[in-house]
Design a binder for this molecule. Structure first.
Ligand SMILES: [Zn+2]
Length: 429
């Protein structure tokens, strides 16, 4: 165990130590049940879009009820059910939330898959199919862990919540965010079983600033351009080129997270396989993703609309970027509307839940985990926005996530389940 994790109180109570040992053995001896659960979840398609998770939610409700868990399904938006349940004691102030999303990204072109994306085939030590890594393996892990912890609920000093949500792949507004706003997700710490890989713990992510920029021009006959009329598309072209200067803004992250960001840079370069790409954790990225303008080929366009996706690293404020965008826009006589905004966010690496997670990952995998920040976003942002210490940890085979031929190592699902059980016992002891 590393020196930096030694501040976490050790498990003190003998009966809890016994429970912990017994449960970890039980996870091992019932490993095939866990991998079959992950496989069963893959067999229920829940592609988003369209985002229908009724069937998989129904399946999970039945699975949990069969083990004696009291489950509720809540739905803030029609067709967007979230499964919520809790166990343990309400006498204590600690509340640990286990969260996972039931939707998956679409399969895409079926011919590109070497196996049935909804087959859930378990072969050569892997579980195969869409969502295997992101995140039906993680779901199986937290669900199985919850059933064991529910059985041993008398050992828990505090509440353990399990929430299985829709809509994560299209923004999370109808899932985790809605639960958060309704008070369901109130907790003192949270673990999201998103795919990080067995030896990596994610504690932060970049922010989002999506903009719609409109340039205006003056209509004229196409045969007179560029001498008569004013071309809105050409204005958009020079404006978007100038927007690239946003990528030169340099982040000033708080001291407590700087070391984690530095080490995440090499992780990003390794994962993406492009030297220098780690800069995305220190500077904003800018993607001109959608453009539409003009009326007809022989008319000078009087309008052009451009959607821009800017990602903000930890240590860059949306306002700072927006000011710069507006200055550029003014030069081109353009208007700027914010479509979506979410600040970069992180949980301090010194938070107790992070330390407990680190310690248990090290114990289960016998390797020191890497703590990192990611460049994509997830539901963690909603929890962190409410001050809940949130870490992401889950089994993953990174190749194939949001792509083709997604799979996950069966052993990793079992190992992650052990981590979930152990960390919940430690946090709620
Ligand atoms: Zn995910």
């Amino acid at each position: 165990m590393g020196r930096e994790v030694s501040t976490v109180p050790k498990v003190q109570n003998m009966s809890l130590t016994r429970t912990r040992k017994t449960l970890l053995h039980e996870v091992e001896s019932r490993s095939s049940e866990i991998t079959e659960l992950a496989s069963d979840l893959i067999k229920i398609p829940s592609e988003n879009p369209p985002g229908n998770v009724d069937k998989i939610t129904e399946f999970l409700v039945k699975y949990l009820r069969d083990t004696g868990v009291d489950v509720s399904v809540v739905e803030g938006f029609k067709g967007k059910p979230s499964l919520v349940c809790q166990t343990g004691s309400e006498q204590d102030s600690r509340i640990l939330l286990l969260n996972g999303h039931t939707d998956v990204v679409p399969v895409g072109s079926r011919e590109r898959w070497k196996f049935d994306p909804f087959g859930g085939e378990i072969k050569d030590g892997y579980i195969h199919g869409r969502g295997a890594s992101d995140m039906k393996a993680g779901l199986a892990g937290i669900v199985f862990a919850f059933t064991l912890l529910h059985r041993e609920r008398r050992e828990l000093k505090g509440l353990l919540k399990l929430q299985l949500v829709p809509d994560e792949e299209t923004g999370g507004l109808h899932g985790t965010k809605w639960l958060m706003n309704g008070g369901y997700a109130d907790s003192t710490a949270a673990i999201i079983a998103e795919p990080t890989g067995l030896e990596a713990i994610d504690i932060g992510q970049k922010g989002i600033l999506w903009l719609k920029i409109e340039t205006k021009g003056t209509l004229a006959h196409g045969s007179l351009a560029p001498y008569v009329g004013d071309n809105a598309i050409l204005k958009a072209a020079s404006l978007t080129k100038e927007l690239q200067s946003i990528t030169r803004i340099r982040a000033r992250p708080p001291k407590e997270i700087r070391q984690v960001i530095s080490s995440s840079i090499s992780i990003a370069e390794q994962l993406i396989g492009k030297k220098g790409i780690g800069r995305i954790l220190r500077t904003p990225t800018v993607n001109v993703g959608l453009i539409s303008g003009g009326t007809k080929v022989n008319m000078v366009p009087d309008m052009c609309s451009t959607d821009v996706d800017i990602r903000l690293p930890i240590g860059v404020k949306a306002q700072e970027v927006l000011r710069k965008v507006r200055t550029i826009a003014t030069k081109h006589d353009a208007s700027v509307v914010v479509i979506s905004e979410s600040p970069p966010n992180y949980t301090s690496p010194t938070e107790e839940i992070v330390k407990i997670l680190e310690r248990n990952v090290q114990e289960v995998t016998e390797r020191k985990p890497r703590v990192f920040v990611q460049w994509a976003t997830s539901d963690a942002r909603f929890l962190r926005a409410k001050g809940i210490a949130t870490a992401q940890y889950g089994p993953a085979h990174l190749e194939g996530i949001h792509g083709f031929n997604e799979k996950v190592r069966a052993d990793d699902v079992v190992a992650a389940t052990k981590v979930y059980v152990a960390l919940a016992l430690d946090y709620l002891s």
